[in-house]
Write a protein that binds this ligand. Structure first.
Ligand code: NAD
Length: 327
């Protein structure tokens, strides 16, 4: 099968491309950034999802599309660029794929369509109402609508995967990484909050800064530690390949992610044992992040079986941190 992977230079796309090539598929990547990869079963279109010519080139002669490319940002100044890449880009890609006779189109949506951080009930299942409350979540919700439209049109099988928060294990203890830096390290969190324009939160955190590097344990205003899913990229690859190949995936929507959520209090103790950094506790205004999302449907229908527990991920993160610090 010839498969187009958008976002092929990204965290999940890169790993999906490797997995497809290992299974002897022919793969085309599509990303803003070139991957530098060259192999006889791989070619690449470098361009933007909102460029109709680039998109039409990308879909020609492919059997299936794994649409993983997107611009993820929560910074107010990125809104226009994000809607263009994620909404207009998905519209152009789905239209071009359908016109080119693509058989299956898999879309990487997000738990932010519910959104998971303001759940109506727990665990979050696929039938919960969709009340996205961030611009990023809205771009994914609109992307889903475009994909549902094509499913109704009947020319292309579609699968919507609502992705869990996803990390490479090596990122977890990297204070410079996009997600884990601000999530688990105090100073990067202060910089992130300033960048988002959340000056009041940044000020609360600045007061807690002792001048030494530290972890941050975020809790809500009542002292409840955050809890959410953190899924290893390798487990996401398994789910994406099932969505591509499993007969019963067609026309379905699945939550895709780790089975158990992560309690940040326990996680931070574990992380601090490895890094030797102190943990600063921050009780932040509001309800905070506290959810559990069900992956029961994808396990039951597609046989999905995630294997990368947070304990295994943190162990690997510690090894990656040691390597970074000794090089
Ligand atoms: P990533 O940022 O590592 O990769 C996304 C890729 O998309 C990047 O390589 C980027 O260059 C490319 N891209 C961005 N704008 C583009 C454009 N206009 N045209 C072409 N390519 C463009 O992200 P990831 O973690 O690999 O996520 C993959 C998908 O999963 C995305 O759709 C994302 O929204 C979704 N998702 C990710 C998470 C997560 O926690 N990582 C959670 C929920 C959903």
């Amino acid at each position: 099968m010839k498969v187009l992977v958008t976002g092929s230079s990204g965290r999940i796309g890169l790993a999906v491309v490797e997995a497809l090539l290992a299974k002897d598929h022919t793969v085309r990547g599509f990303d803003l950034r070139a991957s530098g990869r060259s192999s006889s079963h791989y070619d690449e279109v470098t361009g933007s999802l909102d460029d109709v010519r680039a998109v039409e080139n990308a879909v020609s002669q492919v059997d299936a599309v794994l649409h993983l490319g997107a611009f993820m940002s929560w910074a107010p100044q990125d809104k226009a660029k994000m809607f263009s890449a994620n909404v207009e880009g998905t519209r152009l890609l789905a239209h071009a794929a359908s016109a080119a006779g693509v058989r299956r189109f898999v879309f990487a949506s997000s738990g932010e369509v519910y959104p998971e951080n303001a759940p109506l009930s727990l665990p979050v299942t696929e039938d919960q109402p969709l009340n996205a409350n961030s611009p990023y979540g809205l771009t994914k919700l609109l992307g889903e609508e475009i994909v549902r439209f094509h499913q109704r049109a009947g020319k292309m099988q579609t699968v919507i995967l609502r992705f869990s928060h996803t990390q490479d294990a090596s990122e977890l203890l990297d204070e410079n990484s996009f997600f884990s830096g601000p999530r688990f390290f105090l100073r990067p969190r202060i910089r992130q909050q300033e960048n988002f324009g959340n000056h009041a939160v940044a000020e609360i955190l600045r007061v807690l800064d002792t001048g030494e590097p530290a972890h941050i344990l975020a809790r809500n205003e009542h002292g409840r530690p955050y809890q959410m899913h953190i899924t290893d990229t390798r487990d996401m690859v398994q789910g994406v390949l099932l969505a591509l190949q499993h007969e019963d995936a067609a026309g379905q929507v699945f939550n895709l992610g780790a089975t158990d959520p992560v309690d940040f209090e326990a996680l931070l103790v574990h992380m601090s044992d490895i890094t030797g950094l102190p943990i600063i506790i921050a009780d932040l205004p509001g309800q905070g992040v506290y959810y559990q999302t069900s992956n029961e449907k994808i396990r039951r229908i597609l046989g999905y079986q995630p294997v990368w527990t947070i304990e295994r991920m943190v162990k690997e993160a510690g090894e990656a941190r040691r390597r970074r610090r000794s090089s």
